[in-house]
Design a protein around this ligand. Structure first.
Ligand SMILES: [Fe+2]
Ligand SMILES: [Fe+2]
Length: 248
């Protein structure tokens, strides 16, 4: 059995043992399957007597009732090396704490939510809790990554040639956002994310949360009800990270 077939079989067995039907969102499966295609009936054709999963997915770590940003990093997000390396780089370069926080959270959407358009999603996730400049910078770093700025020594990333091919051209909305952002008063904050991003993939670098705990405390307004439960415009996004497989 191939590795992916073994993983599928293991997941299938775990789902069987849960005694709950788990249906993945279209977003989970789109591309692997065509969402417009009809769903196959279960083998054997008998109706499945189990209920759909609502609430905690037992395959995931238990979240505290009032989760903080760090709880999400602990229990839901991918390892934070890239973010910690970027923020460490920014800290060593002597940038202000707002910029360090922007570097620390710039790819939060890739780590824990949605990869496509990660700058935009990441900015929305944190907007109610940080200075507007921080979320603005995160929103636009995605576009800025594609556009060199010789004035600060930022080149088009070589990695992007490997990732996307030499002839890849960003979509029109990315170009339009670059045009908008380059003339904005907060341009340099977003540009600094891209500058600290580019050198941040060293797998041997030693990084720690220690230097950033107080910076988060000073610049991230943690809601007392917990992220997901404060009624903010993005609370539902945090709840979806807590319960990504909830049926409704
Ligand atoms: Fe990014
Ligand atoms: Fe990044």
């Amino acid at each position: 059995m191939s590795l992916s077939a073994r993983a599928d079989a293991l997941e299938h067995r775990m789902i069987e043992e849960l005694d709950r039907k788990i249906v993945r969102s279209v977003l989970f499966t789109s591309g692997d399957r065509d969402p417009t295609a009809p769903i196959m009936p279960p083998p054997g054709g008998k109706p499945d007597p189990r209920h759909f999963l609502m609430g905690d997915d037992p395959r995931l770590q238990k979240m505290p009732a009032r989760p903080t940003l760090l709880d999400f990093f602990r229990h839901r997000f991918a390892p934070a090396n890239h973010l910690l390396q970027s923020a460490t780089h920014a800290l060593k370069a002597g940038h202000d704490e707002k910029t360090v926080l922007a570097c620390l959270l710039h790819d939060i959407s890739v780590s824990g939510f949605i990869r496509a358009d990660h700058g935009y999603w990441g900015a929305q996730l944190i907007a109610p809790y940080v200075d507007e400049e921080v979320s603005w910078a995160i929103r636009y770093h995605q576009a800025l990554r594609f556009f060199p700025d010789a004035s600060v020594g930022y080149d088009y990333p070589e990695a992007y040639i490997r990732y996307f091919g030499a002839d890849y051209e960003p979509e029109d909305y990315v170009k339009a956002d670059w045009e908008y952002a380059r003339n904005h008063k907060w341009y340099m904050t977003s540009r600094l994310i891209t500058l600290n991003d580019i050198y941040s993939f060293d797998p041997n670098a030693q990084v720690s949360w220690d230097p950033f705990i107080d910076i988060i405390g000073r610049h991230f307004r943690q809601p007392k009800e917990g992220l997901g439960f404060d009624g903010s415009p993005c609370a539902h996004m945090w709840r979806t990270i807590i319960w990504p497989t909830k049926f409704l």
